[in-house]
Design a protein around this ligand. Structure first.
Ligand code: ADP
Ligand code: MG
Length: 323
């Protein structure tokens, strides 16, 4: 396809990674996993209108397509290294493609990630990025491993992206530079934080489908329960500025998707080292609850009363399907 010539032009990177034995241009890429490391692989697809609003600028789509994948590797405590890109494009639109490529490549450069191959086809717009990274043998962070007494911690300020999406779906135009809109369109993957948590976190996940739902995955995988305190949830100034005087819509930080923050558990004696190490990466982190032996998730409102959330899910909170 002609598009691929364009992509090649936009995506051509100076060869610098000695572990890329063969990159774009052959039938497959050849990559070297450094000795003593494991290959960490994940893939995510973005569909217009499902995973991002149709009006999202193409550079933001490129950024997000990579960011969601970087976030998965961050949650594993892995160092991202390489990506492949499967693009399905509806029509020829060199401007769209150029901006998309810039958005994706800028973020790739920031993380030292190299595009090593892909596939280009015609059809309804869909973007699939496969990411590959490495972690020392046995060091990757997993969802299982949380133990009663462990503290639950979260990076950043959950709820911002869900609030932006809620406002846009309600027809409110948010400027692309609005801080909430930026959190939806251009999430910051917590790669350095994930790396810093190796050897400290007992379990880790990234929040893509909502804090409670993703915490639920950790609880299930670890065979434990938890209590969360809404009063400790870190909310951004931009978020709070939008909340009505009647109170905070807790469904946004608890069940809204698209945050791409890390949620992790850590034994209490390691909490000071988590603060120390994450301060070194510039990533804000907050303790929001505790792991318990009793199964299930208990969420306390600021008065200390149980917030009622549907058993088995938080569908009535669901703002948009995302995966
Ligand atoms: P094949 O028919 O062997 O699959 P393609 O024509 O699909 O070959 O691709 C040729 C080369 O270009 C391959 O190295 C492939 O990895 C690369 N490529 C194709 N599309 C993309 C893309 N969207 N991004 C990056 N590399 C791509
Ligand atoms: Mg192909």
């Amino acid at each position: 396809m002609k598009e691929f010539d364009l992509i090649r032009r936009h995506f051509t990177q100076a060869p610098g990674d000695p572990d890329v034995i063969l990159g774009v241009g052959d039938d497959a890429a050849l990559l070297r996993v450094p000795p003593g490391h494991e290959l960490v692989v994940s893939v995510d697809t973005l569909i217009r209108g499902v995973h991002f609003p149709a009006q999202t600028p193409p550079s933001a789509v490129g950024h997000k397509a990579l960011a969601v994948n970087l976030s998965d590797l961050a949650a594993m405590g892995a160092m991202p290294r390489w990506i492949t890109l499967a693009l399905t494009l509806p029509d020829q639109d060199p401007d769209w493609l150029g901006a998309f490529a810039r958005g994706l490549l800028d973020l790739a450069r920031q993380h030292g990630v190299e595009l090593v191959g892909g596939d280009t086809t015609r059809g309804p717009l869909s973007i699939t990025v496969q990411i590959m990274g490495v972690a020392p043998v046995g060091a990757a962070l997993r969802r299982r491993g949380a133990r009663p007494g462990d503290r639950i911690m979260v990076t950043g300020t959950p709820g911002d992206a869900a609030l932006a999406l809620q406002r846009m779906l309600a027809g409110q135009a948010l400027d692309p530079d609005d801080p909430l809109r930026r959190r939806l369109d251009r999430p910051t993957p917590r790669v350095a934080a994930g790396l810093a948590l190796r050897g400290l976190a007992s379990a880790c996940i990234d929040i893509s489908d909502g804090l409670c739902q993703d915490l639920g995955h950790v609880l299930t995988a670890s065979g434990v329960g938890a209590t969360l305190r809404t009063s400790d949830l870190p909310l951004s100034a931009a978020f709070l500025a939008h909340m009505p005087a009647e109170g905070i819509d807790w469904s946004l930080p608890l069940a809204g998707g698209d945050d791409y923050e890390l949620l992790f558990t850590v034994p209490p004696e390691r909490v000071p080292r988590v603060h120390e190490r994450l301060a070194g990466t510039g990533c804000p982190v907050t303790e929001i609850g505790e792991i318990e032996a009793e199964s299930g998730l208990r969420v306390l409102d600021p008065a200390g009363d149980r917030l009622s959330l549907d058993r088995g899910g938080y569908d009535h909170f669901q703002i948009a399907e995302s995966s």
